[in-house]
Ligand binder design. Structure first.
Ligand code: SAM
Length: 328
């Protein structure tokens, strides 16, 4: 097997897949009302096309897949697709990122399909603020989804919190405190310059400041990283059942350990979330190319991975493509 190793000797074994650019929320930093035009249905990869790309990827050493979007659970037929995906031989880790809106209703179907690991996005514990950030009054529904996922024994359940100045920076302690009583991994993600262009540099709150603001909860004791952790720094507060994590995408590039490629909803292989370079895989696939041709596109994408992304909290550069289509 000709594995995917880039010019910087990074071994790529992780494919993050946006299965739809549609979403049932309008988060102000990602896709506020009407700002992101929807892609044509015909341009979105069909499930069987995604499965073929995954199978080719597995032949090149891809063993981890995470489904994202848009909101993956709004796509019709997703539960059958999940079953088909978990049946692909050679994948050892399949997970899902969701906003949780449809989770209470469908968590069982996700579990039955064979998914064990789930990330749920929740930026606030305040229902009024939730509506302000996410555009809809759905906090209770999302929380019910989180409780359901816990009841069904998903493990781990990671709660993704994007740190947003002026919106949730007064809640970091309350959010982190959840880890004391719930077996959740509360992960603070630094806001990245992608999505709504009206969010400006002043909106950044970086991991060191988040750590400072939750210090009243006690010492953050480092947790050894496991292979499936990705870039998160992991900690536990003494006596806590859950964990606290930080994804310092801007303050501390973790690019040197990046093991990912992304497949966008419209069938582009993207070497890096924070660089607009991508390679068309849908066109050749629909034109009837061979698996070897698809493998060659994977290898080209790998060779386009830069050593590191070039965005910084001080800079004015942004990613042009929409987060919803790329998949966060
Ligand atoms: N709809 C799903 C969800 O809400 O989790 C999956 C897609 S969403 C784009 C994936 C993750 O990206 C979410 O946790 C979201 O908060 C995060 N995200 C979106 N825009 C972001 C940005 N500009 N900076 C940091 N994280 C962002």
């Amino acid at each position: 097997m000709q594995e995917l190793i880039d010019n910087y000797k990074r071994h790529l074994n992780y494919l993050r897949i946006s299965i739809t650019d549609r979403c049932n929320l309008r988060c102000l930093y990602c896709a506020p009302g009407g700002l992101v035009p929807k892609q044509a249905h015909a341009d979105i990869l069909r499930y069987e096309e995604i499965l073929r790309i995954v199978q080719v990827g597995v032949g090149l050493g891809i063993s981890k897949v995470r489904l994202t979007g848009g909101e993956p659970l709004v796509r019709k037929g997703v539960y059958t697709f999940l079953k088909d995906l978990t049946a692909v031989e050679g994948l050892s880790d399949i997970s899902l990122t969701t906003n949780g809106v449809l989770l209470a209703e469908h968590a069982e179907a996700i579990k039955t399909a064979g998914i064990q690991r789930i990330n749920i996005s929740l930026d606030t514990l305040d229902a009024r603020k939730y509506k302000l950030i996410a555009g809809y009054d759905l906090f209770d529904q999302v929380w019910a989804g989180i409780e359901k996922a816990k009841k069904l024994g998903f493990e781990p359940i990671k709660i993704n919190v994007v740190a947003l100045k002026g919106y949730n920076d007064d809640e970091f302690t309350d959010l982190a405190r959840l880890s004391l009583t719930y077996p959740f991994h509360i992960r603070f993600i630094e806001y990245m310059p992608i999505g709504n262009p009206q969010m400006r540099n002043g909106d950044y709150i970086l991991a060191p400041d988040i750590k400072l603001s939750i210090s009243e909860l006690g010492e953050l004791i480092p947790v050894n990283k496991s292979e499936s952790d990705g870039p998160a720094e992991r900690y536990r507060i003494k006596g806590a059942v859950g964990e606290i994590g930080f994804i310092p995408a801007m303050s501390q590039h973790f690019c040197q350990t990046c093991n990912r490629l992304r497949l966008t909803a419209n069938g582009q292989l993207r070497p890096c979330l924070l660089s607009d370079k991508q390679l068309d895989i849908r066109g050749p696939l629909r034109a009837g190319c061979s698996d070897d041709d698809l493998k060659a596109i994977f290898h080209q994408a790998v060779h386009h991975k830069h050593a590191a992304h070039h965005l910084s909290p001080e800079g004015s550069c942004r990613v042009n493509d929409a987060m919803t289509g790329i998949g966060g």
